[in-house]
Design a protein around this ligand. Sequence first.
Ligand SMILES: Cc1ncc(C[n+]2csc(CCOP(=O)(O)OP(=O)(O)O)c2C)c(N)n1
Length: 731
Amino acid sequence: MKVHDFPSPLADVWHAADSAEIPADLERRSLHFSSTGVAWHDAPGVEGLSTPFLLDLYRDMALTRATDLETVKFIRKGLAFGKHLMCTGNEATAVGAASAVRASDWLTLAIRDLGAWVARGVSLDKLLAQPCGRVGGLTRGWDGSLHMGSRLARTIGLISHLGTLVPVAAGCAFAARYRGTDDVALAFSGDGATSTGDFHEGLNIASVLNLPLVIVIENNQWAFGTPNRLQYAVPTLALRALAYGRSVEGHVIDGTNVVTVYDTVRRAVERARAGHGISIIEAVSMRLDGHSIADPFESYVPAEQLAQGRERDPIATFRARLLAAGVVTEAELTATDARVTETVTEAALAAEASPAATDDNIEARVFLPSTMPYAPQIEPPAEGVRVSYHQAIQDALREEMDRDPNLFIIGEDVGVSNGAFKVTEGFSKRYDKLDWGASWNASEPIRQRRVVDAPIGEAGFCGLALGAVTNGLRAIVEFQYADFASDAFKMIVNYAATQAARGMGPLPLVFRMPCGWAPNTSIYHSVNPESWFASTPGLKIVAPATAYDARGLLKAAIHDENPVLFLEYKRLYRLRPETIPDALNVAMPEDDYVVPIGKGRVVQSGRDLSVITYGSQLWRALEAVQQVEREDGVSIELVDLRSVVPLDVDLMAHSVEKTNRALVTCEAPWTGCFGQTIVGEIVRTSFDDLDAPIRLVAGADTPVPFAPALEAAHLPTVEKLVNAIREILGH
Ligand SMILES: Cc1ncc(C[n+]2csc(CCOP(=O)(O)OP(=O)(O)O)c2C)c(N)n1
């Protein structure tokens, strides 16, 4: 693409980027973009670095290559399995960049970053045991070669979903700054991964919050089988830095020269550490092997391009450069090569000796144990305060924010305007001393720390929260409506839910999701999202229907070491206690308490039928139960499960054992709703106790409509429940 006549003040920048002979120019000089314009900088020589350090860089690249090759040998011998993605060609970028940060900085990795592990000093035994599914691997057999991380080494391994880790890296940087340290986060990304929305959302939020972040784009010309020219339409990816803000800078550098990478990243890291802004470094190289070892890449990569890439092999060229500069001898390099071979051979033996991963109880890996600071309380007290559902959530949040200075809230509009439903009313003033009315036109930067207004982009702010929590904070993410959680789906199901299985330790994060039907909310603001998430192990899901449960479950969720989805029902928010039916207008104890996650409650006991539900459907169920009891003189037990995952299977079984009849109801549409899972559990545990078929009353299989008559046709109304209850009782 040629854009010489680009009609804007940025024309010179575009011109420089567009006409640069990449990669040829980059051997000699690097291209730099900033808000002040474009500049070329000479590539650094080896002279400024000590010989031992240069030899370390050489050794780490050689160790990376040798470990990669050993893994392929393992696969051929049948010791390792899964597909291996080689890093050949990328050693200089991974090793150079990872050597430019300190141990307390965070790294998030992309596909070809074995070299970063090596530079971080993580044992090769672990790196080789990983693809063999051995106990000695970083995930102890729970994933293969790439998807491994180490909290200890402050390194977050790739999850499969590309782009996801840029917001997560922003979160690591957020937590560093939150605690007042000067640590930074460095995120690696492939060139292809830059096309994802997450990459953009992460950069945007990091730039708005001025976080200490460095991005290294490993531009190896190909994303699997797609060449760059079909991936993006800018002359270089680093040019995009200018779109993210005045203090964001871009560099295009030779990614095959370890010294250039090291030097550029080191400067960018210092800049980030000093609070001067984000840098996007595009390190240009060539993928010298297939996407994976199963990929016949020579059938689609032009032979000439591959030959050019092989001439620029990062290890061979560095060797030649060191010798040409006269800083090391051939003998020193040969001795280093011999040590590399020896180290990898020893590591391979150790990996082979590591036992294969087996486990008697694989489910124990899904959730980490949690300790609650307050007494668990299953039943509400007879006497105590009665507040609205909204007030109960707000009180729980405020009390926990008061207690734990490491707890923060992030979401759209939660600060300046107190949140879409005003749940965080006054929080911004209380915790961040932000008085927007007085400071809206002041020139100083806006200070938000504990109550953070996020730019619109659920993946961006959820990812930020995930990174911050991985780096030691606790977080509450507020979604404006649960419906928008679909924009953050991979953050929740692919990152948060897998944290424990990936061996990355606790993830104390609550996703607050205002959900469910309320009058006229229709298609996009009414979802009951539990079945989107319940089939993903690793997420706890709670669904309180009373103020008492909301307060107790929110506190339990905040203190849980695992991600919890807190479903809050917006149609219940503002109901005043005096208007609430007695059975649901439950009192709260004076003292702090938690409602244990996974424990339901019998709202009223009965003999003839068990009505089992959760969430706001409890309200319709109660009305229906009371009507049938009144009109037909029967006795019905009403069970509120309160939690969806884990599910209180015992409570349901005990109830059905007593009544011998069951009706399950939930508000979500019929097909695939969580009510179906509940029915399945009752069949599994209580089939022999049943004297009548189980009935399920759920929403109709339509989107939620808008007009009142259509709403009534869609919803599992009191009338539909009454009819179903009578049918079962008449069986
Ligand atoms: C969001 C997402 N879509 C698709 C894939 C499948 N996939 C795995 S690797 C890859 C190409 C990655 O290219 P790039 O980001 O340039 O990294 P490289 O492999 O070149 O280092 C694709 C499409 C994925 N992992 N994530």
